[in-house]
Design a protein around this ligand. Structure first.
Ligand SMILES: [Zn+2]
Ligand SMILES: [Zn+2]
Length: 347
């Protein structure tokens, strides 16, 4: 038998998360892989494959090289792992050979837990790194911030909803948050002495669930979304006002302009109302006041997103002075048109 060479220790560690994921339906693999990795890392004698069984005294019948109860070998270029039938109580028992093995069993379980724990930590770190890359430098969302007179931010956890005053005692929403109970939105309405009936329109920037969750709370509201996003909105809301690029919708005293910016989703929209450009997830703001493209990880096409934003910037540049605020769903806002122009210059 040939034991695993040291060069395979690192690949084994790197492969462990994948193997664990695949092994959800194969608990034996989940237990076996950390054991082998632990053995390879912690036991240079095992890696060298030159010493005899680590518990030789306890298992006199096992004459294999040290292997912590798991025998590893190569066969036709493949790594074969199998429990050692002599000293491993998890393997098919050979009658009479397992007496005196509880200590090994206990340490094997401890070792397995330790390495499974290690794999979990590595996975958590990986998730944390991805999260930081995507959101770590975002400017924060400030609840109840008034962007311009008649436009208020509602912070619904990690996403913003915007209230636009459209008539006395009537508002429109830009998006409907991730919380189906609508706690933050209802709270903002209540602070004004308003009920859900005050919401006459909801403009969906796109159909992702963190923007549509509370739609159904506002039964009197007309729901707007780009025509080609209606399918993605799905059952979250009944889009009774499908709109197209360039449409201007009258809602109370306010005109809402729609721009198509495919990329984050195929039917992502940017809306312009009361001098505020609402980007949804199609862009964001960094802590340094820089406008950023949509987060690639969660977007259908990052290159299309950038191309759409640049085209919109060119289209709106002649009207730059009309645009007072750039508002984003997952970050704080930016002031004026210049950050948008700078984005277009740098991409
Ligand atoms: Zn989204
Ligand atoms: Zn989102």
């Amino acid at each position: 038998m040939v034991l695993v060479a040291p060069a395979f220790a690192l690949p084994a560690v790197l492969m462990a998360p994948l193997v664990v994921a695949v092994g959800v339906a194969h608990l034996d693999v989940v237990v076996a892989v950390p054991l082998v990795v632990a053995t390879l890392v912690a036991r240079p004698d095992v890696r060298a494959g030159v010493t005899s069984h680590g518990a030789e005294g306890d298992y006199p019948d096992c004459n294999q090289p040290a292997h912590e109860g798991l025998a590893a070998s190569f066969s036709h270029g493949s790594l074969i792992l199998r429990p050692c039938g002599v000293c491993n109580p998890l393997a098919s028992p050979r009658p009479g050979k397992l007496e005196g093995s509880p200590a090994w069993y206990k340490s094997a379980v401890k070792l397995a837990l330790k390495w499974v724990g290690g794999v979990v930590v590595v996975l958590l770190l990986a998730v944390g790194a991805i999260w930081y890359t995507a959101f770590g430098s975002n400017s924060p969302i400030v609840d109840a911030a008034q962007l311009v007179p008649g436009v208020e931010t509602v912070k619904d956890g990690f996403v913003s909803v915007f209230l636009i005053d459209v008539a006395p005692g009537k508002v429109a929403l830009v998006d409907a948050g991730h919380d189906a109970s609508g706690k933050a939105i209802l709270g903002a309405l209540a602070r004004r002495g308003l009920t859900p009936a005050a919401v006459t329109a909801i403009f969906l920037t796109h159909g992702h669930g963190d923007h549509t969750a509370a739609c159904k709370l506002f039964a009197d509201a007309h729901v707007y979304a780009l025509q080609n996003e209606v399918a993605l909105v799905g059952d979250a809301a009944k889009v009774d006002h499908p709109v197209n690029d360039g449409d201007v919708s009258d809602v109370g005293d306010v005109k809402v302009e729609t721009f198509a910016v495919p990329g984050h989703t195929p039917g992502s929209a940017v809306y312009l109302a009361r001098g505020v450009l609402f980007f949804g997830d199609s862009a964001g703001a960094s802590n340094e006041g820089v406008m950023m493209k949509a987060v690639s990880l969660f977007s259908k096409s990052s290159s299309q997103n950038v191309a759409s934003l640049k085209a919109l910037e060119a289209r709106l540049a002649p009207r730059a002075s009309d645009i007072k605020i750039l508002a984003f769903a997952h970050t704080g806002p930016l002031v004026g048109f210049e950050p948008f122009a700078a984005f277009a210059r740098s991409h």
